[in-house]
Design a protein around this ligand. Sequence first.
Ligand SMILES: C=C(O[C@@H]1C=C(C(=O)O)C=C[C@H]1O)C(=O)O
Length: 372
Amino acid sequence: MESEDSFFKALEAQYSKQLPFVVYSRPVNSVIKCWLQNDAALHKTASFTESGFVFAPFNFNEQTVLFPEQDCEQFQIDASQLAVSSENSSFITSETEKASHVALVANGIEAITEGTLKKVVLSRRQSLELSNDNPFHIFKKLFNTYKEAMVYCWYHPQVGLWLGATPELLLKVNGPQLTTISLAGTQRYKADSEMNWSPKEVEEQQIVTDYISEQIAPYCKTTSVGQTETVRAGNLVHLKSKITGTMERSVNLSAMIEALHPTPAVCGFPKETAKNFILQNENYKREFYTGFLGELNLKVSRTRNTNRRNIENNAYAVVKTHSNFYVNLRCMQLKEGKALLYVGGGITKDSQPLAEWEETVNKSRTIGAVLV
Ligand SMILES: C=C(O[C@@H]1C=C(C(=O)O)C=C[C@H]1O)C(=O)O
């Protein structure tokens, strides 16, 4: 299936039959892949030993959905821009939502000042009326707009329909090589100007870097942390450090995921205290927002480099297993003709509630830009 038209027709047909699918494109990549599950079964994974596509919630005590590789048909196309018409939806934030988020943040700052909590990520959900609720229409706009993100649309009839454009890698495993990133701190993007990061933002991101490095260390022979840099995600910029490692021979992927997820980039630190604060104080249920999604244990075979002097050795291919998980951020759920946008930000002792509200507004504009 090589044409854009037949690719999206197959997806439309799958959706109209209410069968599970995912369509996605990884960052800086013109390849768009889709997986169509053959039936409507709801598969789960806890062991992360299968091969497939996973969709995991924020609260890891709840189910992680798996599309098993053997139960899916996979197709892909290559495109730099997808044909799509423009639509208009209205974008309104309410004073009640503002007051409620400001109170939540103030509550978080108080808990940090009084107790052991150092950072907590607090979020909200915003609803938007849609003039066009076709998920592929929105997916195409996300793909055209966010080249640096993992852009996806995921559906299961028993779970719901989610779309997003996430800038955050949770974990990439390629044979023994592990890559992850620490992402935190948010400012609006301004063309041609040097970004100045405050000590608050630097500290917030350092908490994430330290946590990730410590958590992966027991599973790796070596680890290293790269330079911190400013990266762009739509109309926002963040602080980012790349963290890499070479894993021990027999790493249990599920144990490593459990050690990492949810990171202080989306939950807080210490992890359990922050998670409990979120579950008790946020005014809604996160479900799959700040969970993760991506390819699990796919086999890639690479033919060895040709070497003229040793032809026999070139006859075999090296098979490597790879997984790529992205944190489910800058995302939305489509429900009853509405888009529910999920947005949050990291709170530390120096946070200001009104500025944090503004940050969530900026984030909802970033992801909502494709809807208005
Ligand atoms: C929680 C979100 O984003 C996370 C929080 C950030 C922050 O606090 O500055 C930045 C990037 C993400 O790690 C979100 O986008 O909803």
